[in-house]
Design a protein around this ligand. Structure first.
Ligand SMILES: [Zn+2]
Length: 158
């Protein structure tokens, strides 16, 4: 079964999300969480963004607290509901991270943010900035030892 994460709803264009927002809000797609103003997450996000060669300011990180989680992600950790395209149909799934809008990511907080979805989602955003859609994680950056893995080293830890 071919799964294309909706990280990638960008494929449908933000316009469709904005139009949909009139009815239900982008939150329905999985844009969740509250802006996090902690120095640690801000500096980690800036460090990862620089490591990825991101354009402009580091994105905003919307944090979903574990107690706000609504489901268990495939990782076994708390997650939230998002939508992915499966065989051209939307399917509700549970994820620890989500990227839809070009300037922010949603991530569930973990005690050690180095193990969270932050690095992963920021890479999706980095690709989106370049017009690269890689929902299947086929590019080398995702592979073991690739840039997403190595970004862990620029983070400050728990
Ligand atoms: Zn992904």
């Amino acid at each position: 079964m071919k799964v294309r994460t909706v990280n990638l709803l960008v494929m449908l264009g933000l316009a469709s999300c904005l139009a949909f927002a009139l009815l239900a809000g982008c939150a329905l797609f999985g844009v969740r969480g509250k802006p996090d103003s902690s120095a640690a997450i801000r500096s980690d996000t800036a460090a990862i963004w620089a490591f990825y060669g991101g354009l402009g300011d580091a994105p905003q990180v919307l944090i979903v607290e574990p107690e706000e989680s609504t489901c268990t992600a495939p990782t076994g950790f708390p997650g939230f509901e998002a939508y992915v395209l499966v065989d051209d149909r939307f399917m509700r799934v549970c994820r620890e991270g989500y990227t839809l809008l070009p300037d922010r990511v949603s991530v569930v907080r973990r005690p050690d943010m180095r193990t969270s979805a932050l690095r992963h989602e920021l890479m999706h955003l980095r690709f989106i900035q370049e017009g690269i859609i890689d929902p299947g994680h086929e590019r080398p950056e995702w592979r073991p030892g690739g840039q997403v893995d190595r970004a862990r080293d620029v983070m400050s830890g728990p």
